[in-house]
Design a protein around this ligand. Sequence first.
Ligand SMILES: [Zn+2]
Length: 260
Amino acid sequence: MEYLPLFAIVFIYALIGVFGLCVGSFINVVISRLPIKGAFLSSNRSQCPGCGETLSPIELVPVLSWLMLKGRCKHCNRRISPRYPIVELLGALFAVTCFWYYGINHLAPTVYIVLMILLAVTIIDFNTSEIPDSLILALIIPTAAAIIWLPDISSISHIIGLFSVALPMLIVSLIIPGAFGGGDIKLIAICGLMLGWQLTLAAFFIAILLGGGTAVYLMVSGRRKRGQHIVFGPALCAGVAVSIFFGQQLIDWYLSLFFY
Ligand SMILES: [Zn+2]
């Protein structure tokens, strides 16, 4: 893109940002409806969960509607969660980041799809302590693409990745019931197939650090009682996302501590 004039580059990034806002808006619908049986496929227009009023197109503009309405429903004044504009902004931020990092090629949309599915998984798991199977199934598409398009990762690595973390997690869960959720195990299995075993191990260590750190913080700050369940899905999603971008650097750095 270096040969393009600056305004053209800014225009392309702006377009990608707007596209990302719209994808974020769709992910909000997924987050709201997927956990409710049958709601996702219904053709009902979006409604206010407070008063049931159908929202007009002007109330559905990403980010701007929330700002204009000052985060409240126009009809019943009920508070609208800041989750809506935040997910929309993340949709834009991830789109611009993928495009900037990978350039104009097939990897940018592939990684973007993965990040947006992981974002939906993170918030749904956080809200409901469940990871919908449909989102795990949706990851099969970018996983197939990754297997075809990532020549650095061997087929053997992809296949070992399927089991490398998921199998130990399954065994631990069989010994200590409830140690990990079934959704967490399925999630890391499909992500392992996508990333190969090296990046999957990196993702898991990042998740353990994040999840463990959060658990210790919540316990020390008194927000969580001992024995209370904390969801691991969001930490896994963050670990996978970080590993996609920085996993190889982390592995190289870690190995350099032992081999000069
Ligand atoms: Zn309302």
